[in-house]
Design a protein around this ligand. Structure first.
Ligand SMILES: [Zn+2]
Length: 180
């Protein structure tokens, strides 16, 4: 893999543009229905699996509900998609687009994990999205890299991949909530 495509934390990016056209995405519950659990966390898939994942996760995990609520109160729009063969179970790409009053972020989850395995990973990545959303000075990919260099520690033996203790803690906590 081209090393320039490696991203800064917990993530390996591949190619897709960060700014996804509104037409390419659906709200997680499939539209603007008042029953939508989230407006700022959006699915990119069309088969509804991410919406199902989020509903199932939010029903079982107070931690995931808290993360989604915090993102709902933020200016971050998080697009979530599945990929079939990423090297990691999940990642937040380093591609950040600030457009108008919103920050657009992209989370990718490994498609072959079960829902039970994916929900803690989704929570982990939403924690990273929140770390960005809570840093108003971060308006582009370079500033985002700088943020994770500051708040994270290098992971996977790569200076370009960073991890945060809080994301690891959130993931453990959600896993425990799913077992309860
Ligand atoms: Zn991480």
């Amino acid at each position: 893999m081209d090393r320039r495509t490696l991203v800064v934390w917990c993530a390996i990016a591949f190619g897709a543009p960060a700014a996804l056209a509104a037409a390419d995405v659906g709200n997680i519950a499939g539209g603007s229905s008042s029953t939508a659990p989230a407006q700022n966390v959006r699915s990119v898939d069309r088969d509804g699996r991410i919406a199902e994942l989020l509903r199932e996760g939010m029903a079982m995990s107070a931690t995931l509900r808290g993360l989604v609520a915090a993102l709902e109160a933020s200016d971050a729009i998080v697009h979530v998609s599945f990929a079939h063969s990423p090297a990691l179970n999940g990642y937040l790409t380093h591609q950040l687009t600030a457009a108008g009053s919103h920050h657009y972020l992209r989370v990718v989850l490994r498609a072959r994990l079960s829902n039970r395995e994916s929900i803690p990973v989704l929570a982990h990545e939403l924690q990273h999205a929140l770390e960005v959303a809570r840093s108003p000075e971060v308006r582009d990919s370079e500033a985002m890299r700088e943020l994770f260099r500051r708040i994270g520690t290098p992971a996977l033996n790569s200076a370009l991949v960073h991890e945060t203790q809080e994301a690891l803690r959130v993931q453990r906590q959600v896993r425990a909530e799913l077992r309860a």
